[in-house]
Design a protein around this ligand. Structure first.
Ligand code: 13P
Length: 252
């Protein structure tokens, strides 16, 4: 039985003061969570978050990682650096980075590999655009995105986390229905099963306008192991309600 994982993706939001009050409210309200909870924060705040989360159940995550070990890569942050700040998770291949930074499937796979090499769990994001969904290409797109990561990570694939984030549901208030999400999660699970004997170990998160009202029904689906939460992760009461929903959800 694996615990649900609720990860907040703060994206490019926050300030020293806002982070402190958000994290203090989360720590006060989380209790012994009964599920794994993480916040993926902008890199400059990792040192602040490391101190705030010390000794707590709140895990720390980054929003990206370099595929390189070290060297002349201005602006990049390596997995080894993240590890020094107690980072447990790194999002890779978020659709915003694929779109605005031109990240390819192959690059995302290399980033996942770099994270795994340093004991940082990559949260590999996959998801289709509205046009791709309407053209009936959802399965093809998410399978292609995940295949690249499976191909370059071999037996380590059971150590990753996958996040299915339909692009049309991100920040739009439009959520995939639990059935729509489950359908894609089942496809991803089957793909993982063909790649590793330990596919059940891989958490498959749903992301895209998850909120306190829809979390419970999404998290009740057989192959939805948690959530990657954007906007609602910036408001302590909302994020705490999603955590509560995860705690009550049936375990896989
Ligand atoms: P929203 O929850 O704001 O739709 O964002 C989802 C997301 O992109 C998480 O990575």
């Amino acid at each position: 039985m694996k615990k649900k994982l609720i990860a907040g993706n703060w994206k490019m939001n926050g300030s020293l003061a806002a982070n402190e009050s958000l994290v203090r409210a989360l720590l006060a309200g989380m209790g012994g969570a009964g599920c794994t909870v993480a916040v993926c924060v902008p890199a400059p705040y990792l040192v602040q978050l490391q101190a705030l989360c010390a000794g707590s159940a709140l895990e720390l995550g980054a929003q990206d990682v370099s595929q390189h070990e070290q060297g002349a890569f201005t602006g990049e942050v390596s997995a080894a650096m993240l590890k020094e700040f107690g980072v447990r998770y790194a999002i890779v291949g978020h659709s915003e980075r694929r779109q605005y930074n031109g990240e390819s499937d192959a690059l995302v796979a290399e980033k996942a590999k770099a994270a795994l090499a340093h004991g940082v769990t990559p949260i590999v994001c996959v998801g289709e655009t509205l046009a791709q969904r309407e053209a009936g290409k959802t399965e093809e797109v998410v399978k292609r995105q995940l295949a690249a990561v499976i191909h370059s990570n071999g037996h380590c694939i059971s150590e990753i986390v996958v996040a299915y984030e339909p692009i049309w549901a991100i920040g739009t208030g439009k959520t995939a229905t639990p059935e729509q999400a489950q359908q894609v999660h089942a496809v991803l699970r089957a793909q993982l099963k063909a790649a590793t004997a330990h596919s059940q170990r891989v958490a498959i998160l749903y992301g895209g306008s998850m909120n306190s009202a829809n979390a419970a029904s999404l998290l009740a689906q057989a192959d939805i192991d948690g959530g990657l939460v954007g906007g609602a992760a910036l408001k302590a009461p909302d994020f705490l309600q999603i955590i509560a929903a995860a705690r009550q959800a049936p375990a896989a």
